[in-house]
Design a protein around this ligand. Structure first.
Ligand code: 5GP
Ligand code: ZN
Length: 109
């Protein structure tokens, strides 16, 4: 969709820090991270909410989330996905957040 910022990121019209990419999916760093390594995983298919996305695009996403978690080394993490403004969705293109929690020993001594 022409006016969608995540579609523009997919097309390379807006820059992003790319992490992983397949023919169906793109993962990149969140511009306003809640923690170090906060990533967004999006289908290369414009749809506003989860039910708008074809299954074959959705099944590509969780294995990528797993790879990103492994890459951060985080032991604790959130994978979440908001649908609709009342559920805190701001960008109207389906996206999964992968938010690693700092490991307990990180930043100590
Ligand atoms: P939502 O609240 O819709 O689930 O989250 C949208 C997320 O997209 C937010 O965490 C926000 O920081 C991120 N975001 C919004 N615009 C951009 C952008 O242009 N580039 C990147 N990398 N992240 C963005
Ligand atoms: Zn879009």
């Amino acid at each position: 969709m022409a006016s969608c910022i995540f579609c523009k990121i997919i097309k390379g019209e807006i820059p992003c820090f790319k992490l992983l990419e397949t023919d169906k999916t793109l993962a990149f760093l969140d511009i306003n991270p809640l923690s170090k390594g906060h990533a967004l995983i999006i289908p290369k298919f414009h749809g506003e909410k989860l039910l708008d996305i074809p299954d074959d695009h959705l099944t590509d996403i969780l294995p990528i989330a797993k790879k990103l978690v492994k890459a951060t080394g985080a032991q604790e993490y959130n994978i979440l996905q908001n649908n609709g403004p009342g559920a805190h969705q701001v960008v109207e293109h389906v996206h999964f957040h992968m938010i690693p929690k700092p490991n307990e020993t990180e930043g100590l001594g």
